[in-house]
Design a protein around this ligand. Structure first.
Ligand code: FAD
Length: 497
């Protein structure tokens, strides 16, 4: 093997994952002329097409491709997303946000959460959302691009809602312009080297064989290469996340688009509402032990903002992760690598971080099991971190007397999450690694939303007189209110750009 560099990478599947992979790879390796990238997908099979809500990490990813934000928003009918609004999770009629922005400001060097805890214990604090610009813009349906602070960091963060089919088309066109080859054909079988087990080629309908050095499996839930061929195995998490189905349907908009995703707790799961420029995406994620498909469909149809514009689509799923996302010379992305319900819009984000991990640990044609093991180990850590945060939503619910929700409150938790909850309750702290996606402000938003307030705050919060603290908190709220009043409505902001 003279030149160990990969010469041909085949991406199997052209959904969001496949085209994100192709775009990232061609950006990174397209100019070296050694590495040819081909996407093979079947337009007859189609894509899942329901991944419409994102997290802020999507923005630097688009920037890395030098994609213009405004052009992307226009062509993908996108809207802005500042937060997720949780309705009914902390009991009927409750509402709180998980914003992408941080809460409050420190005072005399004391971090905001300690001040808020003190104020809360004294019965003087408003809900934590009152001290967050992102939450307040969201609840008032307004949007403005964030300014940068003196350290050059954005004052608040934001993401997008978009039409998944338009995004796949956008990325396809972008990737092909930058040199990715595209083949529209069904993959019938997968060929392997009889000694090593490596995948050597994909046999397409009609018998043509597409050979490659390295394969990226983006074929959706089935995992045609990683599972059906290489039998990698799947760890299920349904003991903690018992929802196993979703029904999805788009409808006409009847209101101006909100700059946040709505997550409404229902009898046996939750309903999402994702406002786009031209329509609203809706879905009900539920547990089939407690709700029939017919009832889920009826309940969802009853709670649409406008008339449905397509037939409802039933999507069964098994929550969990592929035991290894990298087996032999196959790397799985997207639904082929695992599934976490879209409560925090983590799937597209995970596609992004997995591609980055592949790029950072890029293989050669020489087999290197140590590299694979390390990537798989880190991926597991990362996915379990996301999983724990999603489980937290169910574990802390306050929908007492509803069998599905009672079961969720009573379940035993992964040790990592149980420890996290205890740590927060007693110390107000959380355990977060440098690479963890959900940082302190996310955990704080969830704990506060569910009414979990720590019993401890740092004693230096007591050095500030309560009256001064009250004045400071009122000033903080006033400053946020002024900024919100000065912002355009979300609808106007989109129309003017
Ligand atoms: P798919 O879209 O299923 O694409 C599979 C591709 O493989 C297709 O191109 C298909 O043609 C091709 N293919 C399959 N078999 C063959 C074959 N034999 N031959 C040739 N081609 C083949 N994520 C988020 O980040 N935010 C969300 O809000 C969100 N909501 C979701 C809601 C639901 C109900 C579900 C199920 C998922 C949601 N996701 C969300 C996840 C998100 O949809 C996926 O992560 C994302 O769309 C990537 O999907 P994919 O490309 O892996 O698979």
């Amino acid at each position: 093997m003279d030149d160990p560099r990969l010469q041909s990478i085949i991406v199997a599947g052209g959904g969001t994952a496949g085209w994100m992979a192709a775009a990232s790879l061609v950006r990174k390796f397209g100019s070296n002329r050694h590495t040819r990238i081909t996407v093979v997908e079947s337009s007859q099979i189609g894509t899942i097409g329901v991944g419409e809500a994102t997290v802020p990490a999507i923005r630097p990813w688009l920037e890395s491709l030098k994609i213009n934000e405004i052009d992307f928003i226009k062509r993908c009918n996108a809207t802005f997303k500042l937060a997720i609004g949780f309705d009914g999770w902390a009991g009927e009629g409750s509402h709180f946000f998980h914003p992408f922005a941080e809460h409050g400001l420190p005072m005399s060097g004391v971090p905001f959460q300690h001040l808020w805890t003190r104020m809360h214990q004294a019965g003087k604090a408003s809900s934590i959302d009152a001290y967050c610009l992102g939450s307040q813009l969201a609840s008032n349906n307004r949007f403005a691009l964030p300014r940068k602070d003196e350290r050059g960091e954005l004052l608040f963060n934001y993401a997008y809602h978009f039409d998944a089919a338009l995004v796949a088309a956008y990325l396809k066109s972008w990737s092909m312009t930058h040199g990715v080859r595209h083949i529209d054909a069904r993959i019938d079988t997968v060929e392997q080297n009889s000694e090593t087990g490596d995948v050597t080629g994909l046999v397409l309908e009609g018998g043509r064989v597409l050979t490659g050095d390295f394969f990226i499996d983006c074929t959706g839930f089935q995992g045609l290469l990683i599972e059906k061929t290489l039998k990698t195995g799947y760890d299920t998490w349904s003991q903690w996340l018992p929802c196993d189905r979703a029904v999805a349907i788009p409808c006409e908009s009847r209101q101006e688009p909100a700059p946040y995703t709505r997550s409404m707790a229902c009898e046996a799961g939750w309903q999402w509402r994702i406002p786009l420029q031209h329509r609203v995406g809706n879905g009900y994620v539920y547990c089939s032990d407690y709700l029939s498909d017919d009832r889920a469909m009826t309940d969802l149809m009853r709670n649409l903002e406008g008339p449905a514009i397509a037939e409802p689509r039933l999507i069964p799923f098994v929550t969990g992760m592929r035991r290894n996302i990298w087996t032999r010379n196959v790397f799985a992305l997207g639904l082929a690598s695992g599934f976490l319900e879209p409560l925090e819009s983590t799937s597209i984000y995970l596609v992004q971080t997995s591609i980055q991990s592949l790029i950072n640990n890029f293989p050669t044609r020489r087999d290197n099991p140590h590299l694979r093991d390390e990537v798989n180990r880190r991926n597991r850590e990362h996915q379990e971190h996301l999983r724990d945060f999603i489980i937290l939503h169910y574990a802390l619910n306050k929908r007492v007397g509803q069998p599905f929700w009672d079961r969720c409150r009573a379940m035993s938790l992964p040790d990592s999450l149980a420890a996290q909850i205890e740590l927060f309750r007693h110390t107000g702290r959380i355990q977060a690694g440098a690479n963890d996606f959900f940082r302190y402000s996310s955990w704080l938003a969830m704990f506060a939303g569910f009414g979990v307030v720590p019993e401890y705050y740092h004693p230096s919060a007591d050095d500030i007189a309560l009256a001064d603290l009250e004045r400071e908190f009122e000033g903080m709220k006033g400053g946020i209110d002024t900024a919100v009043e000065g912002a355009l409505s979300h609808q106007d902001f989109i129309a003017r750009n």
